[in-house]
Design a protein around this ligand. Structure first.
Ligand SMILES: [Mg+2]
Length: 386
């Protein structure tokens, strides 16, 4: 088959999260972290490949407030590379095509917008592979379970102990037994722990705020709260020796969403930096790279729990990937409420049944997609000729 068109779209969906003063449609925000309380819309970036035999393949690239940069990469050099490319629709053919692309673009960063764009295209190619095979992706990847657990990843409630406790409890009451906070103060984290029954697992993502020394102090203090993990505790996040020192303080450490490609994960593993590896399918190089990280993690006996603060094709891709991991590994979802769901799986529940339709099973509502689309470019042979 030949890739004859690539649609690149930016979507900005309004959401509510139960925050006080959380008006729907309040518009935009200037925070660069997706969990920030300043945000009332969440952006995503979708790609849709069209082939000459009539198949559509969906993908998603990171991310959020840097989508304009990834968009420029996709409608420019990265998208152009894939137009008119022949692709046999097999995982082997996909591997060869992505290897060509990774080699062609290697000088433009092993992480960053070009890599995020390649991630989106890799996901879309896997969607095409599974559609051509007539199988849901999880089956093509060798998974044997069609249902996975889901954990609730809360937005930031600005370290307000009352709000943090109330929203952690809200997720528990909705049936979630694993809940992740985006807070940094001990008091807020402890309030959530106190509000949750003992059968709830609590994780905390602090998004790289502390020196190694401060992170060690925090990790020691947090030991008594028995966290599932403490995520990205130090600045800079690629100080792997520092991360290993924090990990030695007794609280499990999770990281990897900002790793520099597959080799970056290998460096995490050899440094003993993480208890939990978190490859992000829309950043690391797509499904192909995620599978490679899983293989390395198994060899180094490190647990994998993928990063997934997405709501497009990358969320579905991560769901299929989670099905290939051990039963206890759950899918992260951004615990938000949407005014209208882009597709059925966004009505989050503690268990997700994976689609039985061929491919990713990502089928966004076209009317909703059009309503919240803020940019759209179609690449084809004519538009990419220069
Ligand atoms: Mg994180």
């Amino acid at each position: 088959m030949k890739i004859i068109a690539i649609d690149v779209m930016r979507i900005a969906m309004p959401f509510t999260s139960g925050r006080e003063n959380d008006p729907l449609n309040a518009g935009g925000g200037d925070a660069y972290n997706a969990a920030s309380r300043q945000l009332t819309r969440m952006e995503t970036l979708l790609v849709r490949l069209t082939t000459d035999n009539g198949l559509l393949g969906w993908g998603e690239g990171f991310g959020h407030l840097t989508n304009s940069v990834t968009y420029a990469a996709l409608v420019g050099p990265v998208g152009r590379f894939f137009i008119d490319k022949d692709f046999d629709g097999t995982p082997e053919g996909l591997g060869q095509l992505m290897d060509q692309a990774q080699r062609a673009f290697h000088a433009f960063g092993r992480s960053g917008a070009v890599q995020f764009a390649l991630s989106a295209l890799d996901i879309a190619l896997w969607d095409l592979c599974a559609k051509q095979a007539g199988r849901p992706l999880w089956q093509l990847l060798g998974a044997t379970r069609g249902e996975i657990g889901v954990y609730a990843s809360l937005v930031s409630y600005d370290n307000d102990p009352l709000q943090v406790a109330a929203h952690a409890r809200r997720a528990y009451d909705a049936g979630f037994r694993a809940i992740k906070l985006h807070e940094t103060d001990y008091a807020a984290i402890a309030a959530a722990r106190t509000a949750l029954p003992l059968d709830a697992q609590l994780m905390v993502d602090v998004n790289c705020p502390w020196t190694v020394e401060e992170a060690c102090r925090q990790a020691v203090a947090l030991r008594e709260l028995n966290l599932g993990w403490l995520e990205e505790p130090i600045w800079p996040p690629d100080d792997l020796a520092g991360l290993a020192r924090v990990r030695a303080c007794g609280t499990p450490i999770a990281a990897g969403e900002n790793a520099q490609g597959v080799q970056g994960f290998l460096q995490h593993f050899t440094a003993g930096a993480v208890s939990v590896a978190q490859p992000s399918v829309a950043k690391i190089g797509g499904i192909s790279a995620a599978l490679e990280v899983y293989r390395l993690a198994r060899a180094h006996r490190v647990k994998v729990v993928p990063h997934c603060f997405y709501y497009g094709a990358a969320l579905m891709a991560t769901a299929h990937l989670v099905a290939t991991l051990p039963e206890e590994i759950q899918l992260e979802v951004p615990y938000l409420q949407w005014p209208e769901p882009l597709y059925a799986e966004l009505d989050f529940t503690p268990r997700m049944t994976l689609p039985l339709t061929p491919g990713l099973g990502f089928a966004p509502d076209e009317a909703i997609l059009a309503r919240y689309r803020i940019a759209h470019t179609t690449l084809n042979r004519e538009t990419t000729t220069c």
